[in-house]
Design a protein around this ligand. Structure first.
Ligand code: SAM
Length: 282
């Protein structure tokens, strides 16, 4: 029995169901239900909320979400071996846990939610964390069906999400997309020792809250510009943006930026101006 519910401890669940962690599925499990409760509570008041969890594994975070009052949890898991353990949790919380067997990159969540909003809370498999995030940030119309993201990433990915031009090495396309559409924050670190097996580096919980009115601009142009600019991040914009426009100097000045600036010095608002002034020229 654990401190947050009357289900067996996770170590026992993992052993009983033979859930040896598989590297190919990014499996590093959390056994400490106090820690998973802290992550669940970081997602805000959960009472009555619909939560989408990606990769529940043996269910440590799932149990914490339910024990902390989540109204309904939709958990998407690719590893069939985890389904019996998750079924035990579903039986303990009747009608509140729906387990979807499948690949989170392709599962249609909108249909399952029936048009209702949801929060996404997950200890993401490290190998698909960034593509999943980029997918959620790229949905249109904006704001989309999810109302918050509370996600565990490797610390270095977390730093790339929240970076500003002040943190030049980390600032790049992921930070521009994330901070254009969301307010982003690292909430706390999770040490390697919290996982079974321990990963190579520290992890961190990141929160992304969608901006209701991000500065309007064409997302595809923004992506094209940041791809070119950060593809040659040490070069001046007047050079790197030639990949977008043959003679970019006038356009860069029209966007109130110095043609000698480098991508890593340009704030999100600068990239938005570049996208909007480019739209006028096309
Ligand atoms: N939530 C559990 C925890 O905190 O202990 C497990 C987290 S583990 C880092 C990542 C989980 O994502 C694993 O259970 C793995 O099987 C699952 N997973 C990996 N790839 C997936 C995919 N494409 N779609 C859904 N789940 C996936």
């Amino acid at each position: 029995m654990s401190q947050i519910d009357s289900l067996p401890p996770l170590r026992e669940v993992v052993e009983r169901h033979g859930l040896t962690a598989q590297k190919s599925l990014g499996q590093n499990f959390l056994y400490d239900l106090n820690l998973t409760s802290r992550i669940a509570r970081a997602a805000g008041p959960l009472e009555g909320e619909v939560i989408v969890e990606i990769g529940p594994g043996p269910g440590g975070l799932t149990r914490a979400l339910l024990a902390n009052g989540a109204g309904r949890v939709i958990a998407v898991e690719r590893d069939r071996r985890c389904l019996p353990a998750l079924a035990e949790i579903a039986a303990h919380y009747p009608g509140r846990l729906e387990v979807v067997e499948g690949d989170a990159l392709t599962v249609d969540l909108v249909e399952r939610l029936g048009g209702k909003p949801a929060r996404i809370v997950a200890n993401l498999p490290y190998n698909i964390g960034t593509p999943l995030l980029v997918g959620w940030l790229s949905l249109d119309p904006w704001p989309s069906w999810w109302t918050s993201l509370t996600l565990m990433f490797q610390r270095e990915v977390a730093e790339r999400i929240v970076a500003t031009p002040e943190q030049r090495a980390d600032y790049g396309r992921l930070a521009v997309l994330s901070n254009w559409r969301c307010e982003t924050k690292i909430l706390f670190d999770v040490p390697r020792s919290a996982f079974v097996p321990p990963p190579k580096i520290t992890s961190a919980i990141v929160q992304l809250l969608p901006r209701q009115d991000p500065e309007p601009c064409d997302k595809r142009l923004l992506e094209r510009i940041t791809l070119a600019a950060f593809g040659q991040r040490r070069k001046m914009l007047r050079q790197s943006l030639k990949a977008v426009l043959a003679e970019p100097a006038d356009w860069i000045e029209q966007a109130s930026l110095a043609p000698t600036a480098r991508a890593e010095e340009v704030p999100v608002s600068g990239f938005v101006r570049l996208a909007n002034t480019l739209a006028e020229r096309l």
